[in-house]
Design a protein. Structure first.
Length: 270
């Protein structure tokens, strides 16, 4: 028995020293070298591929995580702007009670359209020209010439801003003939609102009117502006911005006010 025990221990040692058993406890040197060489080759191939890749692809790969972070973590300004925009669209659609014949106030659509015509630029320009021809006083001609200048500036400024913004209305409504003539084809800003605000401020400053007429003039401007929301052509923010631009246009006309001599020279040339 004592002699057989050393022999069995020697056999166990010989068996454990075999390669297949050694690999269970520690990796072989050959495997380590093969693995390290394969890693080096893969890293070299990746570096070569990165060098051969276009710089645009590398920029895109670097920007993708940042874009994902921007989408997942939007800024407070973006959230506030999108929320206000959604509220504006929702409220404008609810107030579009005359957008079509099937709306809740569809029967009053023709009356609201008539109110909107009082704010169109073409009737105001035509009426101003007629009054200018029939006017015989220097003061009247001066006021009418500056009013004509204000109307022309309003059409050009609003048309330019609308071309830049290219915002559509809350409803898919095609512009009318007078809208195409005054280039009022987009929603922002509302041309009727800016024109009504500019005209009301102009008349309040340069005409002597009684208090009831002054109140009616302000109410007319407000009704013309918000009639465009009821008809479905503009959002609420389009009308409010139109009022603001109308006031700024009035201030601009006051800064470049043409004197009586300048008006008489222009009338003589015409």
């Amino acid at each position: 028995m004592p002699a057989s025990q050393p022999r069995s221990r020697a056999r166990d040692r010989n068996v454990l020293n075999r390669a297949e058993f050694l690999s269970l406890n520690q990796p072989l040197k050959g495997n380590q070298e093969s693995r390290s060489s394969s890693r080096k080759q893969s890293s070299q191939a990746g570096a070569a591929g990165a060098q051969n890749s276009n710089p645009k692809e590398r920029r895109q790969s670097q920007q993708l995580p940042e874009e994902d972070c921007m989408q997942l973590n939007p800024s407070f300004k973006g959230i506030a702007f999108n929320s206000l925009l959604a509220i504006d669209i929702c409220m404008s659609k609810r107030l579009g009670v005359c957008a079509n014949r099937a709306s809740s106030w569809g029967g009053a659509r023709s009356m609201i359209n008539l109110l909107g015509i009082t704010g169109h630029g073409i009737p105001w320009i035509a009426g101003t020209l007629i009054c200018l021809v029939k006017s015989s006083t220097l003061a009247g001609q001066e006021v009418l010439m500056n009013l004509l200048l204000a109307l022309l500036l309003d059409i050009m400024i609003v048309a330019g801003l609308q071309k830049l913004a290219k915002r559509k209305g809350p409803y898919d409504i095609n512009p009318g003939l007078l809208d195409y003539l005054t280039m009022d084809t987009y929603a922002f800003p509302a041309g009727h609102a800016s024109r009504a605000a500019m005209l009301s401020k102009f008349f309040l400053n340069h005409l002597v009117l009684a208090i009831p007429l002054r109140i009616l003039l302000v109410l007319w401007a407000l009704c013309v502006g918000f009639s465009r929301v009821m008809i479905g052509r503009h959002h609420i923010t389009d009308v409010l911005s139109g009022f603001a631009f109308g006031y700024l246009q009035f201030r601009l006309v006051e800064l470049i006010w043409m004197s009586s001599n300048t008006c008489q020279m222009l009338i003589s040339i015409w």
